[in-house]
Ligand binder design. Structure first.
Ligand code: GLU
Length: 136
């Protein structure tokens, strides 16, 4: 079971997200990540414990008051940094709980249309689908 935390407000998002994600640890997870929006979007993710992610966040110190965080329980692709959420495409950065049953078909279709996958997840297919919809 995984978890999602979101923040939009006037304070720094990263500490809020990490605190919320820690409170979801009891649900179980194998990797974790956050995205913080400022002028650009900074994505920081890591396999293993939230404490591992916390070290990266402390060193990168992302600034921004809008963000999303995710604790992942892998269903498609192993528990690696590349497979941790958030997943990005050109136009969006997403996190996702659950399973996309037809992801293999979607990945094949999107790959044939020129979309490049950098993870083994079903979730990345959704990120590229959103991209494709906005491009249409
Ligand atoms: N199916 C997605 C993945 O494997 C989400 C898993 C989850 O719910 O954490 O990345």
């Amino acid at each position: 079971m995984c978890g999602i935390v979101g923040y939009i407000g006037s304070k720094q998002a990263a500490p809020f997200l990490l605190d919320g994600m820690s409170k979801l640890e009891y649900r179980g997870y194998d990797s974790a990540g956050i995205a913080i929006r400022n002028k650009d979007v900074t994505v920081i993710k890591e396999k293993g414990r939230i404490q591992n992610l916390q070290k990266l966040v402390d060193s990168e110190n992302p600034q921004g008051t809008i963000g999303i965080g995710h604790t992942r329980w892998a269903t498609h692709g192993g528990p690696t940094e590349a497979n941790a959420h958030p997943h990005a495409s050109k136009r969006c950065v997403i996190v996702h709980n659950g399973i996309i049953d037809n992801c293999l078909e979607l990945r094949d279709e999107l790959s044939a249309q020129g979309y490049t996958f950098v993870s083994d997840t079903d979730t990345e297919a959704a990120a590229h689908l959103i991209d494709r919809e906005y491009a249409a």
